[in-house]
Design a protein around this ligand. Structure first.
Ligand code: 5GP
Length: 191
């Protein structure tokens, strides 16, 4: 019996390493398909250009009008969204998004599994933001919104993962996903 695909969502403050974790998860688990988001944010100097579909605001807004997103949100002045269609039915979907988007996903799919990714400390979060080449103003903006994102994240998340080490944290998420799949294949007798 094949169960409905899982929808796994990574949330957490900017700089916590969600992108690296997401890449690690899809590399390790061929059943996971990582959605590629659209954004109106300019590409960072440290980015290759494949991280997002980088589009201008009119293009993004036209796609909103055409209902082409599973979810979308404005975050620090830029638009971010998960485009439709999603992957086929035989793979589990991984989304790496911010909290407003995760709320929309949960509204549409209450079975989605949300992982809140935490930094080992706020000092390490700041270091990571600096290393990826963000401006001082940008870093301050991201750090100032982190407490609200964390509060909302705790409300939404089924699991909280500390990203102290990418191998350990990705291993923890993969074990949880494996257990969730196992539970879905063997529903309890009262279902
Ligand atoms: P960044 O600009 O650092 O790449 O991303 C800023 C925030 O937007 C991060 O928390 C990231 O997870 C989130 N984000 C990336 N793609 C999407 C998306 O498709 N939808 C939503 N709602 N947030 C996204």
């Amino acid at each position: 019996m094949s169960a409905e695909p899982l929808v796994a969502v990574l949330i957490g403050p900017g700089g916590v390493g969600k992108g690296t974790l997401a890449q690690r998860l899809v590399a390790a688990d061929p059943r996971l398909w990582l959605s590629r988001s659209w954004t109106t944010r300019p590409k960072r100097a440290t980015e290759k250009g494949t991280e997002y579909a980088f589009v201008d605001r009119p293009t993004f807004e036209a796609a909103i009008d055409d209902d082409r997103f599973l979810e979308w949100a404005e975050f620090h002045g830029n638009l971010y969204g998960t485009p439709l269609p999603q992957a086929g039915n035989d793979v589990d979907v991984l989304l790496e998004i911010e909290v407003q988007g995760a709320e929309q996903v949960l509204r549409q799919n209450p079975d989605a599994v949300v992982f809140l990714i935490l930094p080992p400390s706020m000092g390490q979060l700041e270091d990571r933001l600096r290393k990826r080449g963000d401006s001082v103003a940008h870093i301050e903006q991201r750090l100032s919104s982190a407490p609200a994102e964390l509060a909302k994240g705790h409300e939404l998340a089924s699991f909280v993962i500390v990203n102290d080490d990418v191998d350990r944290a990705s291993g923890e998420i993969l074990s949880i996903l494996e257990e969730l799949r196992r539970q879905r294949r063997t529903p309890s007798k009262k279902d």
